[in-house]
Design a protein around this ligand. Structure first.
Ligand code: CO
Length: 145
């Protein structure tokens, strides 16, 4: 089944200290921070970074620091340590994408889309359906159907 997927939107990376990781990616690769947010609902402080010379719409790194030990990212770090946490795919219509995946028997965690970074609507797909990869659907703010 085809879902209206446009690109890899971002790669999410769990870290213990957000500022340290931002510095690392800035100094090692010249990434620049395009957005910083606190998402209380998901229990994270986060930053979106993009390669310095990347064209608009290029994939980002999403660095995630847990606000509390029992948040999803906090539990991930306790269990597996820092590292790659999820991949985010941009879709033009998140409701359609969720319905399409569910029809294929793929386990979509969120009942309905919730608030993600930079005004996006997001929903997570369970890693058990995706070969161990936590997968996020992202409908960016300016890409409403
Ligand atoms: Co994400």
């Amino acid at each position: 089944v085809l879902i209206p997927l446009t690109r890899i939107d971002h790669v999410g990376i769990a870290c213990v200290n957000l500022e340290d990781r931002i510095s690392l990616y800035e100094s090692a690769f010249g990434f620049t921070v395009v957005s910083r947010e606190v998402n209380e609902e998901q229990g994270v402080r986060e930053a979106m970074l993009r390669a310095a010379d990347a064209p608009p719409g290029s994939p980002c790194l999403q660095l995630l620091e847990s606000l509390r030990p029992d948040s999803p990212v906090g539990r991930f770090i306790a269990r597996r340590g820092e590292g790659m946490h999820h991949i985010g795919y941009a879709v033009t219509d998140i409701e359609k994408a969720m319905a399409s995946l569910r029809k294929d028997g793929i386990r979509v965690i969120d009942e309905r889309p919730r608030h993600g970074s930079m005004g996006a609507s997001v929903a997570f797909v369970h890693p058990s359906s995706m070969g161990g990869v936590l997968t996020e659907l992202v409908q960016p703010r300016n890409e409403r159907p």
